[in-house]
Design a protein around this ligand. Structure first.
Ligand code: KIV
Length: 260
């Protein structure tokens, strides 16, 4: 991809200019390259990797070694986009672990790291940012807490949750996060957070008022027909198209249809 390299400052400046930020996930070389060629400015090697690539039931199974492997593959695409990577479950429990594991992801090619939490992880965020690695926050529904929470629930529906989200977003911004993902936050609360914090909010299932939107790319492309998705309507039925092409090719090989 040609053009100026996207940096954390580019992403922050987009909010200042009122430009919406389109972010997507990628887990390997071809997907990163394709998203980059399509001009997406922020690409995330998410730990959704666990479900959409590795076949785990949730993100709590993803390891540092798996994240490093996929970050390396994505980084080989040398995207113009800013390449961020998720810190996996329990990789940032202490400040020392957070810095060491953020450095491992940076060494694998991540240009920023993301972790889930607010006031509970501000020490880790400060230390990661002080070590020179840009930090992307993640508030609202936190997939790494899905087992404790018993599912993926919308956040901000009551006053204590609303106030906690506001305090967490402000704490992340003060600690040096360059942006924050808001997952499954009610649209009204997401709008308020977007106005309240100086850093971009990037929503997923959080309504239209965030500074940007992020999706898990296989969800957008309809590659995972086995899951019931509430927050995204696939723009392509890639799963069905793949099945159809493969069936036709197989019949061709078996001599039942003319070869393409
Ligand atoms: O893991 C992931 O893909 C994410 C996005 C949904 C933001 O955290």
């Amino acid at each position: 991809m040609t053009g100026t390299k996207v940096t954390v400052e580019t992403i922050r400046a987009m909010k200042a200019r009122g430009e919406k930020i389109a972010a997507l996930t990628a887990y390997d070389f071809p997907m990163t390259r394709l998203l980059d060629e399509a001009g997406v400015p922020l690409i995330l090697v998410g730990d959704s990797l666990g479900m959409v690539v590795l076949g785990y039931p949730d993100t709590t199974h993803v390891t540092m070694a798996e994240m490093e492997h996929h970050v390396r593959a994505a980084a080989r695409a040398k995207p113009r986009a800013l390449l961020a990577a998720d810190m996996p479950y329990q990789s940032y429990t202490t400040v020392a672990d957070a810095v060491a594991n953020a450095q491992r992801l940076a060494a694998a090619g991540a240009e920023a790291v993301k972790a889930e939490g607010g006031r509970d992880i501000v020490e880790q965020v400060r230390a990661i940012v002080s070590s020179g690695i840009p930090f992307l926050g993640h508030l609202g529904m936190l997939p790494q807490h899905v087992l404790e929470e018993g599912g993926y629930h919308v956040k901000g529906k009551n006053e204590p949750e609303h106030q906690a989200l506001l305090a967490d977003a402000q704490a992340l911004a003060a600690a040096g996060a360059f942006a924050v993902v808001l997952e499954l936050v009610t649209p009204l609360v997401a709008k308020e957070l977007t106005q309240a914090v100086p850093i971009p909010t990037i929503g997923i299932g959080a309504g239209p008022h965030c500074d940007g939107q992020v999706l898990v790319t296989p969800d957008l492309l309809g590659m995972l027909p086995w899951y019931d998705l509430k927050h995204v309507k696939p723009k392509l039925n890639a799963a069905e198209q793949m099945r159809k092409v493969v069936k036709e090719w197989k019949l061709g090989v078996e001599g039942q249809m003319p070869k393409h």
